[in-house]
Design a protein around this ligand. Structure first.
Ligand code: EPU
Length: 438
């Protein structure tokens, strides 16, 4: 299993290019199940979750053609299966995004329930209640959700809790329903209008995506389209945090600053200088970072997907900060690993209290989920000595070549195999060859 080795202490300089958004690409690709015509995507990040989704769509009978440079064509002329099996869903919860399109197009779906994960319980009850209200009959048996209907009916859905993939599932399902669906308390994350843009190009009739109320007027069929996925706002935020913690002056290209307002505001409060262009950012680290409290909330608030990275930055800020996670009840798995590197963090209910300005020292640490992994890489950039981040398959699920991108900015970081690491350690322990010692 690969690991990442980082030797901290080098400021970052140069330019980094942001990839397409993983969390936009995943629902976008699933939307191709709604039509028998080809849908072509560009700016899709070549990360593991996208490969996994490609495999799931192929298992359902779609032709999935991965081309070079982040271009994918999906053609679901015939669906040969309507099942998302446990083996895939347990490795990637976003597999649940095939539910809405399958029920809408094929009139049935059998999707494994995802179960809990490293960041919380993450039920899908709101997805199911909404589809039921749209006329699907839903049963849960042997760990699977079985949904069926002759044709979904438009209705009014009110989400008790803002749910991103829930909003996406219902919006996709509603495109082929009979009549109008109104989604209230809809998620407003930029991934929602991105999906709506794609669906509209495919012939759907959608209004209000990006706001709290979305109206979808169902149509009889959708057609093919071409779509460029939006840049990844969380990857962008992660590189700003990297510059903040390592020090330096970097340019971030191919990003969408308008999607990061809460993150940019918060990071500016800590003293980081950020200049915005239309599709780029210049980031300059301050001599001293200042502590600032934050609470994660749905978009346009500060994203839960930036909480772990922000916490790492706060370990190096002057002062004490309170970081409150309001979306997922268990998203503090990175804390114990940061503590092993010397961070002073205490969890009090849903709040982490971070006492800043504590020196970090390199250690062997374990990644537990995607964003926790990123926070450990950032800690490695600031730590004295060598940090080895284990279980980086989590990182590979959502960050395209983070090691290469950071190395391009001057960080001392590399991907190594277990064997390579053992050889390196043995070499370090070996006595100097005879004749070279003074
Ligand atoms: N919730 C319910 N019932 C539901 C659905 C959600 O109670 O039926 C609760 C969840 O337990 C959570 C809250 O609602 O407390 C919000 O969850 P949401 O459904 O919005 O999360 P998600 O759609 O499963 C997406 C992203 C996550 C991101 C969250 C929040 C994708 C593929 N995943 O998950 O991304 O953290 O929204 O913004 O879009 C990541 O990229 O690292 C990641 C975890």
């Amino acid at each position: 299993m690969d690991k990442i080795r980082i030797v901290g202490g080098r400021p970052l300089e140069g330019t980094v290019r942001i990839s397409g958004a993983k969390n936009a690409s995943l629902p976008d690709i699933c939307a191709a199940l709604l039509t028998d015509k080809p849908v072509v995507f560009s700016n899709v990040p070549e990360v593991r979750d996208i490969r996994t989704m490609g495999r799931l769509l192929s298992d359902l009978g779609a032709q999935v053609d991965f081309r070079v440079g982040g271009c994918i064509e999906v053609k679901a002329a015939n669906l040969t299966s309507v099942e998302a099996p446990y083996d895939l869903v347990k490795t990637m919860r976003a597999s649940v995004l095939v539910l809405g399109p399958l029920v809408a197009r094929a009139g049935k779906a059998r999707v494994s329930l995802p179960g809990g994960c490293a960041i919380g319980d993450r039920p899908i009850n709101l997805h199911l209640q909404a589809l039921e209200k749209m006329g699907a009959s839903i049963r849960v048996e042997s760990g699977y959700v079985e949904a069926s209907t002759r044709r979904l009916r438009g209705t009014e859905i009110y989400f008790d809790t803002v749910t991103v993939t829930g909003t996406e599932n219902v919006m996709m399902a509603a495109t082929l329903a009979e009549g109008e669906t109104i989604i209230r308390n809809a998620a407003q994350e930029p991934e929602i209008p991105d999906l709506a843009d794609l669906l509209v190009k495919m012939g759907a009739r959608i209004q209000g995506a990006g706001g709290p109320t979305i109206r979808v007027e169902g149509v009889d069929a959708l057609h093919g389209a071409e779509h460029t996925v939006i840049p990844d706002r969380i990857e962008t935020g992660t590189y700003i945090a990297a510059c903040a913690i390592a020090g330096g002056d970097i340019e971030i290209r191919n990003c969408q600053p308008a999607h990061l307002k809460a993150v940019l505001d918060k990071l500016r409060e800590t003293g980081i200088r950020i200049e915005e262009g239309p599709e780029n950012l210049r980031v300059r680290a301050p001599r001293t970072l200042k502590a600032s409290d934050v609470t994660t909330i749905p978009y346009p608030g500060f994203p839960t997907d930036m909480q772990a990275q922000y916490m790492t930055v706060m370990t190096q800020a002057a002062g004490t900060s309170a970081i409150t996670e309001s979306i997922f009840e268990n998203r503090y798995m990175h804390v114990a690993e940061l503590q092993r590197m010397g961070a002073n963090v205490r969890i009090d209910g849903r709040t982490a209290v971070v006492v800043g300005h504590t020196p970090l020292s390199g250690a062997q640490v374990m990644a537990t989920d995607l964003r926790a992994s990123a926070s450990l890489v950032l800690a490695g950039l600031a730590a004295k000595g060598e940090t080895i981040v284990d279980r980086i398959y989590h990182l590979d699920r959502g960050y395209y070549r983070i090691d290469e991108k950071l190395r391009g900015l001057g960080a001392d970081i590399e991907r190594i195999t277990e064997r390579g690491l053992a050889d390196r350690r043995a070499q370090a322990r070996a006595p100097e060859p005879a004749g070279t010692a003074e």
